[in-house]
Design a protein around this ligand. Structure first.
Ligand code: AMP
Ligand code: MN
Ligand code: MN
Ligand code: MN
Length: 285
């Protein structure tokens, strides 16, 4: 029995409708699936509307970008309450910051000799929430790169000259927002976050736990077996809850399958009970 607690619809940077993800979850024989679009719960109504027709528990989440030790760290807000107006307002603020960043990134790309307008980027997206995935497609469509992956290698990857960071949350703030919305804050894909160089994940994770992060994604669609082993052991040592997911983005991240990742992913469903126990242990409500 497997679950998948991390995936994206076309409400952020995936290519499937939220409703289709529910169907894919059923096809993959998942017992639970959590939709975790970046900075939005926009896909959640369509996703939850599929609940009567699929034998998969459909769960609510989102993925927020934080700034931590000079890098970009992603935090999953799992099991948040989609009716929480305060949380919705906070997400809207994050989307505003993203729009500012996008304007500045378009200007920066023009300076680098690769002008793309926000209209051209929007033409690559089915959502108003534009991310670098859509910039990459626009850069390819205009012939500045041969394909979208090359845009990340040369222009808009985290260490590239055309990348403009967003004003990001700090982990403490993200954890508090998620907790106040009834969810559990979880470190997404540890070991896979922006920036190069060596990094002491054991120390960093202990600090993140002090800042309010309660779980870590110990199973991940792109982890090597050694990474999974390391992070599962670290979670056990620190007493953090373990989650797992594919980070499926449809055609925007080729080769990844819902519930399966690159093929070796298998997230055991008993993790969900522990996640829900952690949610009930919440201190804010
Ligand atoms: P943004 O939130 O606009 O900064 O865009 C971040 C998104 O771009 C991530 O969620 C990924 O979907 C994608 N992304 C970031 N870095 C890469 C990369 N090196 N290769 C492919 N996709 C990437
Ligand atoms: Mn993404
Ligand atoms: Mn992420
Ligand atoms: Mn993700």
């Amino acid at each position: 029995m497997v679950i998948d607690l991390h995936c994206h619809s076309l409400h952020s940077d995936g290519t499937d409708t939220a409703g289709n993800l529910a169907l894919l979850g059923a096809e993959a024989r998942l017992t639970a699936l959590c939709l975790t679009d970046h900075d939005t719960l926009g896909g959640i109504p369509d996703f939850l509307a599929m609940q009567p027709t699929v034998p998969v528990r459909l769960l609510v989440g989102t993925e927020l970008s934080c700034h931590f030790l000079g890098r970009s760290l992603h935090v999953l807000g799992l099991l948040v309450d989609p009716a929480d107006a305060g949380f919705q307002a906070r997400l809207a603020e994050l989307r505003g910051r993203r729009e500012d960043r996008n304007r500045r990134m378009a200007a920066r790309l023009a300076e680098l000799g690769c002008p793309v307008t926000l209209e051209e980027v929007q033409a690559q997206a089915d959502t108003p929430l534009l991310s670098r995935v859509h910039f990459a497609k626009a850069l390819a469509a205009k012939g500045f790169v041969r394909r979208a992956t090359e845009a990340f290698e040369r222009l808009i990857g985290d260490d590239c000259p055309g990348f403009v960071p967003r004003e990001e949350l700090n982990p403490t703030e993200a954890a508090r927002w998620i907790r106040e919305a009834g969810g559990v804050p979880v470190v997404a894909h540890p070991g896979r976050f922006g920036g190069s160089g060596t990094f002491r994940w054991d120390e960093a994770m202990a600090e993140l736990q002090r800042q309010g992060l309660e779980g870590l994604e110990g199973y991940y669609g792109e982890f090597r077996a050694s990474e999974q082993k390391y992070f599962l052991a670290l979670a056990a040592r620190l007493g953090m809850v373990v989650t797992g997911g594919s980070d499926y983005h449809g055609g925007n991240k080729p080769g990844l399958r819902l519930g399966r990742g690159r093929g070796g992913l298998h997230v055991p469903d008993d993790l969900l009970e522990r996640l829900e126990a952690q949610q009930r242990r919440g201190t804010y409500r």
